[in-house]
Design a protein around this ligand. Structure first.
Ligand SMILES: [Zn+2]
Length: 390
């Protein structure tokens, strides 16, 4: 094996794969970056009164851990489960989820968080030593087919919307049910779906294609006048699940200034984990024992992915889309399994070290950690300004 590596080193740079990295360098580079994580689901718990300020908890996220991990800005998911579509409760749930970010997190801990709605806000809040808190809606059914509600959510501070969750809605197909019989599909975005994208452009809300069906992605890319992004998706070439992006998608999105934010869910990083996860009963469905049973079974049956898997996905996305097209969308507290070495928000320094060892420069890491997302946000803000002045 060593001989193969030595021979390959001449042609492929195998020997340059790792280099020694000191703790001081990890800290220096981490501190020089503004880490923006574009997807965290702790809000699904704070909405029920869970305390993000409690230091020791059983989740992936708390204030002390965010600081330890060097998180500078956190997009909190305004996640609206598809079950709220029944009986038209989606808008109600959306407002509760927005409230938990504004009231349950930011107002409750004003010395740790400040609400941000622009790239400039993030930089200002970071300079002041606080964590910038932002909101992204997960699931386009949240707008209940109303551009008026979309505008209301923007006014309340929402700065991205995932066009679908795992459910196809009235105007966009989801990867979650695209091959399910009996679901009425639209072949991507409907004409109204395209209106939604245009209104998001006009407002300055980022178009998020995580969870969407492939055709929805291509329609969104063709329709949007601003760059689009994937708030929490990984690479399908390395882990073949429909939730991940193909190389063609990553390259096309990058060409238009978009960013793929790598997801840390074991089942989106490692095919071994994904395969095992298929055999876990979803006990979170109504009538079953609840989420705890699913988590217990998951821990028993699904082998965790690793920090090396995360680095491999980042590295692959950089090779396909370029260094300006990759970011971080952890999905912490939204998944049952996180990688060994990146178990929670406090572990980002491990990723910094692994990227440095892999040969990424401090400047590369600053782009991946937040520079690319800030650039994307500024492009979306500029397009909105242009359209509103016309
Ligand atoms: Zn998600």
């Amino acid at each position: 094996m060593r001989t193969i590596c030595a021979l390959a080193a001449l042609a492929l740079g195998c020997a340059a794969q790792t280099r020694p990295v000191t703790d001081a360098e990890v800290e220096r580079v981490g501190r020089s970056a503004l880490l923006v994580d574009t997807h965290n689901d702790i809000t699904s718990r704070t909405v029920d009164g869970y305390d993000i300020g409690k230091n020791k908890n059983d989740g992936h996220t708390n204030i002390a851990a965010l600081k330890q991990g060097g998180v500078g800005a956190q997009f909190f998911a305004v996640y609206v489960a598809s079950s709220y579509v029944n009986g038209n409760h989606a808008a109600h749930r959306t407002l509760e989820m927005i409230d938990t970010v504004r009231h349950g997190i930011v107002e409750r801990y004003p010395n740790d968080f400040a609400l941000a709605t622009t790239a400039g806000d993030i930089e200002r809040i970071h300079r002041q030593g606080n964590i910038a808190a932002l909101m992204g809606i997960e699931g386009g059914h949240a707008i209940e087919d109303s551009l008026g509600l979309l505008r209301d959510y923007f006014d309340l501070g929402v700065r991205y919307m995932t066009l679908t969750h795992t459910n196809t809605n009235n105007w966009a197909d989801s990867s979650g049910d695209i091959s399910k019989a009996g679901v009425e599909h639209h072949n991507g975005l409907t004409p109204f779906g395209k209106d939604v994208v245009h209104e998001m452009n006009r407002l300055g809300m980022m178009v998020d294609i995580s969870h969407t069906a492939d055709k929805t992605f291509w329609d969104a890319l063709a329709t949007s006048r601003a760059p689009i992004f994937a708030s929490h998706s990984s690479c399908r070439a390395l882990c073949n699940v429909p939730r991940n992006m193909t190389d063609d998608m990553i390259a096309a999105m990058a060409k238009k200034g978009g960013v793929i934010q790598i997801n840390f869910n074991c089942g989106f990083l490692s095919e071994k984990s994904a395969e095992a996860a298929k055999h876990v009963q979803d006990s979170t469905l109504p009538g079953a024992q609840g989420e705890d049973a699913t988590i217990a079974e998951y821990r028993k049956k699904v082998p965790p992915a690793t920090l090396a898997d995360v680095v491999a996905h980042i590295d692959h996305a950089v090779k396909v889309g370029g260094i300006d097209a990759v970011g971080i969308g952890s999905d912490f507290d939204g998944v049952f399994c996180t990688p060994r070495g990146l178990e929670d928000v406090s572990k980002f320094p491990n990723l910094t070290r692994a990227l440095l060892e892999k040969g990424y420069s401090a400047e590369d890491i600053r782009k991946i950690y937040g520079g690319n997302t800030l650039r994307l946000m500024r492009a979306v803000e500029a397009e909105a300004k242009r359209e509103q002045s016309n």
